[in-house]
Write a protein that binds this ligand. Structure first.
Ligand code: PGA
Ligand code: ZN
Length: 431
């Protein structure tokens, strides 16, 4: 099949928050087409690659992406025509050269990632392979254990917890489809728990409940443990918990401000809190427990809890090999969140996963809070054998699209499919 690029074009589409984002279509000589839609974060890390927005105040309140669309149509497309879409590393190198900046601020990481992913999709379509098999080869067969964010706080809600994400991790279930079923049942049990307490059951940006009136940042954990039991599962055996406090968002002047509890914490206080919760609850994973540049705090956190908790760096590492390398050499964290749009190309995303794995760190492929119907990350975690994905709650189509795609992959793999369950969490002790 001829995988020569014939045409590349970008368009402005909407994401799950109703904000504009970039879609790219790549057309190959033999007729195959690849399309990718780019996600967008709200609690973005300072060190992420730059998302280009128009910035003029009227159109989409300055949030338009016409500049990024023009990066693709006017700068990238003429250079890519005639190139081979199946030579991913050459495509991505060319994109980086055309941009020429460290943080992809000239063309925009949103423009660059759209092209990078659309090329991979087009090439996979041309050779008639599903994306996970095209990227992962014949041995790709591991489904991920999902981190399902069923209670949203922080920047993903208006008046909920200070901490951003309270997740369930169905690590004791036998298959991905059963993990989804358990997740959905717990989600609905949590709705009942909230309803009985007169608390709101509207959802936040990632489809988890976002109730106002919470008494503390611990209360969501208590409610979720009840919901797990109410749904007929054993907390710790069937379903563990994960948190993403996204603490950079409430860190100010070196202190962590838990506004809902009216208190300020040092890094040591925060570590103490996670240590307490690790003893009390079946907690398997904590992401961004401390701020994106709090390396001292992170070192202490890792020394104290790294043997019993998965400690994931998101804003800390921003899917960048340079930052992960610093983390590894300083003994910071033991897992990396992988968000393709933090770094901007598929090749660099894959390098980050490889580097993490070679360093003995886990890799968790992740969505953004602003998502679309694009399901690339579902295929990506199977291709890269990460064994873990974070892609939101059991509601809102931009979240469940990824779960639905993974269930489809599991069916397609048949007997070869493997659900790693607890094996994905070697540090997890409870249950
Ligand atoms: P974001 O949130 O997409 O708004 O950055 C996701 C996360 O922090 O993991
Ligand atoms: Zn995060």
């Amino acid at each position: 099949m001829d995988t020569t690029i014939e045409m590349v074009r970008a368009r402005e589409v909407l994401d799950s928050r109703g904000e504009p984002t970039v879609a790219v279509d790549v057309f190959l000589a033999a007729g195959a087409i690849g399309t990718a839609l780019v996600p967008s974060g709200a609690s973005t890390g300072t060190h992420e690659a730059v998302e280009l927005r128009d910035g003029d105040s009227k159109r989409y309140r300055g949030r338009g992406v016409r500049k990024a669309v023009s990066s693709v149509d006017d700068t990238v497309a003429p250079e890519l025509i005639g190139e081979d879409a199946s030579d991913q590393s050459a495509i991505d190198s060319l994109l980086r050269e055309l941009d020429g900046t460290e943080n992809k601020s000239k063309l925009g990481a949103n423009a660059i990632l759209g092209v990078s992913l659309a090329c991979a999709r087009a090439a996979a379509n041309a050779v008639g392979l599903p994306l996970y098999r095209y990227l992962g080869g014949p041995l790709a067969r591991t489904l991920p254990v999902p981190h399902m964010n069923i209670l949203n706080g922080g920047k993903h809600a208006t008046d909920s917890a200070d901490m951003q994400e309270y997740m369930i991790v169905p690590l004791g279930l036998p298959s991905f489809a059963e993990a989804v079923r358990a997740g959905s049942e717990v989600f609905h049990a949590l709705r009942a728990e909230l309803h009985e307490r007169g608390m709101g059951t509207g959802v936040g940006d990632e489809g988890g409940f976002a109730p106002s009136g919470l008494k503390s940042n611990e209360q969501p954990i208590e409610l979720i443990v009840r919901a797990i039991e109410r749904a007929g599962y054993r907390a710790g055996e069937d379903i563990a918990l994960a948190l993403d406090p996204a603490s950079t968002e409430f860190q100010k002047d070196g202190k962590y401000r838990l506004a809902r509890e009216g208190r300020q914490c040092s890094a040591e206080d925060m570590i103490g809190l996670y240590a307490e919760w690790q003893l009390k609850y079946p907690l398997a994973s904590v992401e961004d427990g401390l701020g994106e540049d709090d390396w001292d705090g992170w070192r202490k956190l890792t020394q104290q809890l790294g043997d019993r908790l998965q400690l994931v760096g998101d804003d800390l590492f921003v899917t960048s090999v340079d930052r992960i390398r610093k983390g590894v050499s300083e003994g910071v964290a033991n897992a990396v969140l992988i968000k393709p749009n933090q770094i901007g190309t598929l090749s660099e995303t894959i390098e980050a996963v490889d580097f993490a794995h070679r360093s003995g760190y886990a890799a968790v492929v992740s969505h953004r809070s602003g998502e679309t119907e694009d399901t690339t990350i579902a295929d990506l975690c199977v291709a890269l054998n990460t064994g873990q994905i974070k892609t939101g709650s059991l509601s809102r189509s931009e979240r469940v699209a990824k779960y639905n795609r993974l269930m489809e992959i599991e069916l397609e793999l048949g007997d070869a499919a493997r659900y790693p369950g607890r094996d994905a969490f070697p540090r997890f002790r409870r249950g």
